[in-house]
Design a protein around this ligand. Structure first.
Ligand SMILES: [Zn+2]
Length: 325
């Protein structure tokens, strides 16, 4: 029976384990090649090494060593190791006697593959469970590279370590979506768009889907929802399939995106029809204007011709008048 309720027991031989564990710290590893918990197990059987838990890319967790005993993954430090370990080295000699260790499957030899969503969730929850169970503070969760900064510089490699610490610090209430980055102020999605302040807090604390990126940064709007004008103005950030709003009165809330979409679509149809109607009126007015502007006055050539004709006629009359009867 595994210690962690979410794990499956696959203990390595007892001779691979140390007789005690003081649970002072948790060490995070990545496999650098072993792609499944079973592959980790086979590597241990072949090498005599061990850790307590292995987390697969599908979130499956295998337990190789009971938590009450020391595993064989955190033995030795090398030049440049984190001074955090100094008192434990002095007290225990072998860090396996005071640490819990967790492997994470990564098929890449350089540990360059990001965790999958399922793997991250399983990992964070397991670490939180261990931290709570043994009262291990977040700053006592360490990467393998803190023991061996040269030979294990890439252990765990691509692992969201800061996010893990934030998660444990917040008691599991906060989770950076996979592939996003949080610097404590701005939560940045893979498309580079940031989420800040109350919207950031909301995303971190609501198991936000990692694909649900923000389309743009938050903005102040005079009308949050055309479908609910009573809400008035506020701050708003639109995501791929969510919309967060903020007013002083309500704080941060999820807006009714579907209702808003339906209203705005109807508005689009209405305005489209209206604009066609207006265009027709404009066309008609243009035509009227063009007609009005056409020259309706007297053509100078015609005037000249007429004057000439009148002149000729006058001459004729003059001849007729002056001629004797
Ligand atoms: Zn390691």
């Amino acid at each position: 029976m595994a210690d962690y309720p979410g794990a499956i027991d696959h203990n390595v031989p007892r001779s691979f384990m140390f007789n005690s564990n003081a649970h002072a710290a948790i060490v995070i590893h990545k496999t650098g090649g072993d792609a499944t918990p079973e592959a980790i197990y086979n590597t241990f059987i072949a090498s005599g090494n061990s850790v307590h838990y292995g987390v697969g890319t599908d979130g499956t967790i295998w337990q190789y060593v009971p938590e009450s005993l020391g595993a064989g993954g955190n033995c030795c430090v090398e030049v440049g190791y984190d001074s955090f370990w100094q008192p434990y080295l002095s007290q225990y000699g072998n860090l396996n006697l005071c640490t819990l260790s967790i492997e994470h499957c990564d098929g890449s030899l350089t540990n360059s593959t990001p965790l999958t969503s399922a793997q991250q969730e399983a990992s964070f929850k397991l670490v939180l469970y261990l931290a709570n169970k043994y009262h291990i503070a977040p700053d006592h969760i360490k990467p393998h590279s803190s023991l061996d900064p040269i030979s294990r510089a890439h252990c765990p490699g691509a692992y969201p370590f800061t996010d893990l610490i934030n998660y444990v610090q917040n008691g599991g209430g906060s989770m950076t979506p996979v592939g996003w980055h949080d610097d404590g102020t701005t939560l940045t999605a893979p498309n580079g768009v940031g989420v800040r302040l109350g919207f950031r807090d909301y995303v971190l604390s609501h198991n936000w889907d990692f694909m649900n990126w923000p389309l743009a940064i938050e903005q102040g709007v005079t009308l949050l929802e055309a479908s609910n004008p009573g809400l008035g103005g506020g701050d708003q950030q639109v995501f791929r399939w969510a919309m967060l709003g903020y007013t002083q009165l309500r704080g941060v809330f999820v807006e009714w995106l579907g209702v808003e979409l339906a209203t705005v679509r109807q508005q689009a149809i209405t305005y489209h029809d209206l604009s066609k109607q207006l265009q027709a009126e404009v066309d008609s007015l243009k035509q009227q204007l063009a007609t009005t502007q056409q020259p309706t006055g007297i053509d100078p050539t015609t005037v000249k011709d007429r004057l000439t004709a009148i002149g000729l006629a006058a001459d004729t009359i003059h001849l007729l008048v002056t001629q004797p009867l």
